[in-house]
Design a protein around this ligand. Structure first.
Ligand SMILES: Nc1ncnc2c1ncn2[C@@H]1O[C@H](COP(=O)(O)OP(=O)(O)OP(=O)(O)O)[C@@H](O)[C@H]1O
Ligand SMILES: [Mg+2]
Length: 319
């Protein structure tokens, strides 16, 4: 079984509105309380960490509570920065009369679908590689399911794509050197830039695929559609060799909730809880009850975190 308590990078995913941000924040609060230096990162463009912690959080590390810091990645700002970086990398490589045309093309590429995702992914990579050593735990609160999986499969796709680019670059370079340098190899700065990115992606890929370092948690509620969607997501993640560390089953009706209506819902819930146990045999299931109020203060969050911690300890056999 994967050890959620030992992994240093945890991604929290799931369908819209099931409690991803709440779970990610509660885990972060829990780890900080255990004395672990923790960073929580929101990758969902519709951020709400700031609302949860009642504090303005931006693209940079913001202190939240003791031993806990937060970042909300702004995909637009990241894209702008990413594009400026790309332009910067090309400085001195493009003839001056071509610069404005090349920049125009890059700006066009920036507004193409996928550009924000690539920029967002670049930032995630930097956080993992650069901030990774400064924290004991990094928790990622992600956007609803599909988006996250696409994002996580990017290193693989990018890897293949970059191999192709590097290969082509090598060939071009060979032709050039034959033409220009009597066959002597020439320096190719673009090749170097590509090669560096390639190395960065493969490093992060190793971290994401290492189950001792990285965990993926799905949050779901005991209803049919979230179960089906989680099942699909797990299959897709497994096909990219990404291992799911556990499922948080959120908003379970507490025993003390009474009345005929709730009794009916509880019966339905039991069917779905059984279904989860049958379908997700490889996963740890961490159950959290529906609480009386939504989670909008630190003390609510601590309440949620204590339920979650109890469930994790029980699963991991710690008492
Ligand atoms: N166990 C719980 N008991 C009571 N309220 C809860 C519980 N878990 C989550 N909530 C509430 O449910 C709402 C949705 O939770 P949250 O924002 O964490 O979901 P999400 O999956 O991050 O949503 P989105 O997909 O929009 O990002 C919030 O108002 C939150 O306070
Ligand atoms: Mg959220």
């Amino acid at each position: 079984m994967d050890d959620l308590l030992k992994q240093s990078i945890i991604f929290v995913g799931g369908k819209g509105g099931v409690g991803k941000s709440t779970t990610a924040s509660a885990l972060a609060v829990m780890f900080a309380k255990m004395g672990k230096k923790t960073l929580i990162v929101s990758t969902d463009p519709a951020h709400n960490l700031g609302d949860i912690f009642h504090q303005e959080i931006n693209g940079y590390t913001t202190p939240l509570t003791k031993l806990l810091w937060g970042i909300e990645i702004d995909p637009e700002a990241e894209t702008r920065q990413y594009i400026n970086g790309v332009k910067g990398n090309l400085k001195g490589m493009v003839k001056s009369n071509m610069v404005s045309e090349v920049h125009r093309q890059i700006d066009m590429a920036a507004s193409a679908p996928g550009a924000e995702e690539a920029a967002l992914f670049d930032r995630i990579v930097s956080i993992i590689l650069e901030e990774g050593n400064g924290y004991d735990k990094i928790i990622f609160d992600t956007a609803p399911t599909g988006h996250t999986i696409r994002l996580l499969s990017l290193p693989e796709l990018m890897g293949v794509w970059m191999d192709g680019m590097l290969e082509r670059r090598k060939k071009t370079n060979k032709n050039y050197s034959q033409l220009l340098n009597d066959g002597e190899p020439v320096e190719d700065p673009i090749y170097d830039v590509l090669q560096k990115r390639r190395e960065k992606f493969s490093k992060v890929r190793d971290i994401l695929l290492n189950r001792h370092k990285t965990g993926f948690i799905f949050v779901l509620i005991p209803e049919r559609l979230p179960i089906l969607e989680t099942e699909k997501a797990i299959k897709l993640m497994s096909s990219h060799s990404l291992n799911i560390g556990g499922l948080v089953v959120n908003k379970i009706l507490p025993n003390q909730a009474d009345g005929g209506f709730l009794q009916k819902r509880r019966e339905q819930e039991k069917v779905y809880l059984r279904m989860m146990q049958e379908r997700f045999t490889d996963q740890s299931l961490y159950e959290v009850p529906l609480l009386e109020e939504d989670i909008c203060t630190l003390s609510h969050l601590e309440g949620f975190a204590s339920h979650l911690q109890k469930a994790i300890y029980q699963e991991e056999g710690i008492y």
